[in-house]
Ligand binder design. Structure first.
Ligand SMILES: NC(=O)c1ccc[n+]([C@@H]2O[C@H](COP(=O)([O-])OP(=O)(O)OC[C@H]3O[C@@H](n4cnc5c(N)ncnc54)[C@H](O)[C@@H]3O)[C@@H](O)[C@H]2O)c1
Length: 250
């Protein structure tokens, strides 16, 4: 696939869950396009590995749990002492186990929603004031086709992602009179480590619903995120961009 390079020079991007999978690929493409990238991830081992492997002076990281607002706010304050934050990719997420709603462990259900929805809220809550001040920002919230369709045996995940879609539509409208775009993306299954959290049968069922008949490649996903994060996206906001290989019908 031929990759377009974007101009992210002098832009600082925070990518949550950037230590691996989608987030890491987005980080790589942002760096090639000239951005300063800060990975926020709670997996310090994978984060350290990513920073070491990429070995780029424009890349740094913080070990952070996005579901903890205090941590997010403190980390934001530290970064803002040095630079503005122009781009926020709310990508950190977990699926949680495969289980029916009536058998789901209550604490784990809350945790899945906390990370997928409250994590997105926390990062927007902490960073948007800086974007307003500078009248510039691009926010991409990584939801999922599960948030539109609702996957059986994944109620917490579907709810967390549906919530992130609602948050995107609401916040996008609140900021629409400024040069700040807030959009959500809804990928279908891609072969990243997150799939290990679900049963093989569940993953196979997800794949069987995709008319393209294959998994999404991380690079295909990054392409969409790049455009939404770029200065070129001057009009689209409060919207949901589908990348489900034909699965979603709306
Ligand atoms: N891969 C897929 O099939 C798929 C499909 C649809 C949506 N998504 C979404 O894409 C996003 C990225 O997923 P991925 O496939 O790259 O998975 P991944 O497991 O490879 O990466 C997720 C990253 O998020 C981090 N993370 C998890 N909880 C965190 C927290 N509380 N605070 C900070 N970091 C945290 C993890 O440590 C990990 O590095 C997720 O939001 C996921 O729900 C993935």
């Amino acid at each position: 696939m031929k990759k377009i390079t974007y101009n992210f020079k002098d832009r600082t991007a925070i990518i949550t869950g950037g230590a691996q999978g989608f987030g890491l690929d987005i980080a790589k493409r942002f760096l090639v396009s000239g951005a300063n990238v800060i990975i926020w991830d709670m997996d310090s081992e994978m984060t350290d590995k990513a920073v070491k492997d990429l070995d780029n002076p424009n890349l740094s990281s913080n070990k952070i749990d996005v579901s903890n607002f205090k941590e997010v706010q403190e980390c934001t304050n530290e970064i803002l002492k040095k630079t503005n934050i122009d781009i926020l990719i709310n990508n950190a997420g977990i699926t949680g186990p495969t289980a029916t709603l009536w058998e789901y462990d209550i604490e784990i259900w809350k945790k899945v929603v906390d990370i997928n929805l409250m994590g997105t809220f926390n990062c927007c809550r902490a960073i948007v004031p800086n974007m307003i001040k500078k009248n510039y920002g691009r926010i991409v919230n990584v939801a999922s086709v599960a948030g539109k369709d609702g996957n059986a045996n994944a109620s917490a995940y579907s709810v967390g992602k549906a919530g992130a879609i609602g948050l995107t539509k609401s916040l996008g409208k609140e900021l629409a009179d400024k040069n700040i775009a807030v959009n959500a993306v809804t990928p279908a299954g891609a072969k990243t480590r997150i799939l290990d959290q679900m049963t093989k049968e569940h993953v196979q069922r997800m794949l069987s619903k995709v008319p393209r008949g294959r998994f999404l490649e991380v690079e295909e996903f990054t392409s969409l995120v790049c455009w939404l994060s770029s200065e070129e996206n001057t009009f689209s906001t409060a919207a949901v961009f589908d990348i489900s290989g034909g699965r979603s019908t709306y």
